[in-house]
Design a protein around this ligand. Structure first.
Ligand SMILES: [Zn+2]
Ligand SMILES: [Zn+2]
Length: 93
């Protein structure tokens, strides 16, 4: 029977193998592997230049194929929506 240490080593090797397989799989199969690249200015103030907006949208790039979402993601949409809500709140008072 294998010792616990050996079982752990086997499990780690298996984990490693699966992780490598996922990394090697094409994006079309498993989806993009988004990596946070940085932030870009949201520019949600274009319609309201008086509003002091410092929103920054997260930009992601796929580690595998290099595809970039240029801030087109769920998080960014939420940030823009929140900013819009803040502007509306301000203008309603
Ligand atoms: Zn990709
Ligand atoms: Zn904003």
């Amino acid at each position: 029977m294998k010792s616990l240490e050996e079982q752990l080593a086997d499990a780690k090797a298996e984990l490693d193998r699966i992780e490598r397989a996922i990394r090697a799989a094409p994006c079309a199969e498993v989806g993009h592997r988004w990596k946070h690249l940085g932030g870009k200015h949201a520019g949600c103030v274009e319609s309201d230049p008086d509003f002091d907006c410092d929103c920054s949208l997260p930009v992601y790039e796929c580690e595998v194929c290099g595809n970039c979402d240029y801030g087109e993601n769920e998080e960014a949409r939420e940030i823009i929506a929140n900013c819009k809500a803040r502007r509306e709140k301000r203008s309603s008072k």
